[in-house]
Design a protein around this ligand. Sequence first.
Ligand SMILES: Cc1cc2nc3c(=O)[nH]c(=O)nc-3n(C[C@H](O)[C@H](O)[C@H](O)COP(=O)(O)OP(=O)(O)OC[C@H]3O[C@@H](n4cnc5c(N)ncnc54)[C@H](O)[C@@H]3O)c2cc1C
Length: 468
Amino acid sequence: MIYDFIVIGAGAAGLTFIDKIIKSNNEIKIALVEAGNLKNDSLKDYKDISFIKNKINPVDEKRAFLFGGTTNLWGGFCRPLDFEDFISRSDINKNEWPFDINELNKYLDEAKKVLELKENFKIKNKPKESKTLTDFNLEEIDFDYSNKQIFFKKYKSLNNKIDIYLNNIAYKFVIDEQNKSVKSLDIIEAKTKSKKRIYSKNFILSLGGLETTRFLLNNNKFYKQNYFNNSKTLGKGFNDHPHFYVGNYVSFKDFHKTNKIKSVRYFKNTHKFQLENKILNSSIRLTSIKNPVDTNYDLIEEFKILFPNITKKILYTGRIMVVSEQRSILENMMELDNTKKDNFGIPKINFKYELTKFDLDNIRKTSINISKWLASSEHGRAKLLNWIMDENLMPNSNDYMWYGHHMSTTRMGLNANSSVVDHNLKIHSLNNAYIVSSSIFPSGGASNPTFTIVQLALRLAEHLKTIS
Ligand SMILES: Cc1cc2nc3c(=O)[nH]c(=O)nc-3n(C[C@H](O)[C@H](O)[C@H](O)COP(=O)(O)OP(=O)(O)OC[C@H]3O[C@@H](n4cnc5c(N)ncnc54)[C@H](O)[C@@H]3O)c2cc1C
């Protein structure tokens, strides 16, 4: 049997692609290869075998090997990228998307349906506050919330329509070197370790933001021709979304009341602010704490001592969190360590990662901007952490965390010398292999990535629906 498509990885990316392409033509023959099973996350079995531990960002703990992929773990926060995320920033060497936001906007409503969302994602300035928000170059934004296991549940509807190989590790592409196309895929059954070869006309790599890159790095070794790493960028320029607790605030106004989710409001800096301050995108979360148990009474006392003349009533306290877009640096990277192999003979990944001063400055400038707005609009007063106010200090490791947004190590671009896939997500040097994953994001913006992954999967299915 020769399939029309072999899809590797049953996460949001792979399943969205399959769902759309079989709806366009139910004659299409598809095989889905998934390392996990239906019962429990196989991460326990794979975690320690594919990554060598990294101290700063424990990326390997932030994914799931299970039908439905990492959306079995996720928070479900959804928001598309902003228009500025697609625009190049030569001043800070940001990698450029090969198209603008309109290309993905074509799939906005379809992606909302896939993720069961209602929000329209328009930037909103509340009438009363719009002046002060504009003065500080701030915009109010919103997230919507999808569900855990939303993709896991798709198993039942796909089970009779396609061949599903659960507990199978995709291992090796067999390439027809004359035609520059992949002929077949070698897979390993995880429990028995028996090998099998399956054939297809086209291949979709949707193994997630880490394992897709690992698969390609490993496959690159099998061929003299540098099929997957001609550009020497494969595995390089990893991005995450650093997520920081930056301080607390006291509030004189009940300014969270109007929001859909009562206790949280989200903001971002305008594009103008980003350009003027030489920073990238970010999002700010003001979370009010209205219950007496968690109220920050120390902060209230401190405030009264610092500002004895301010007699306004403090209604509640809150926390400020900032999520930033990261600047891609080649040194943040994944490479194979051929001396350390997993149970299936695949080399582990040596993951190198650091937060740069640029990333921290983005967090600092963003935090200071929102605290100025709080004060000037008389919403309250913020107390930012010491490292925000003093750039000679470094954040405490308890102040930041990682979302598990694994981006940019198989970048998309028009130039085959500086990217891995083209604007249609096809691997530059092959005719029939495509990647759909956050690993293709040239840059990551500050929105959680899955909405964009789903848009890209829908776009790829639209592009390929007539190819088979
Ligand atoms: C704790 C946590 C919270 C998150 N919260 C959010 C959020 O609120 N909003 C948001 O947008 N994003 C969130 N994310 C990120 C989000 O979960 C991912 O972006 C998304 O699930 C990625 O989907 P994917 O299909 O690209 O990859 P994955 O979901 O990782 O799917 C890849 C699939 O490929 C399989 N696979 C891997 N290697 C192989 C192999 N060799 N052979 C065969 N199969 C293989 C895996 O088993 C897996 O099922 C969160 C992540 C974490 C960890």
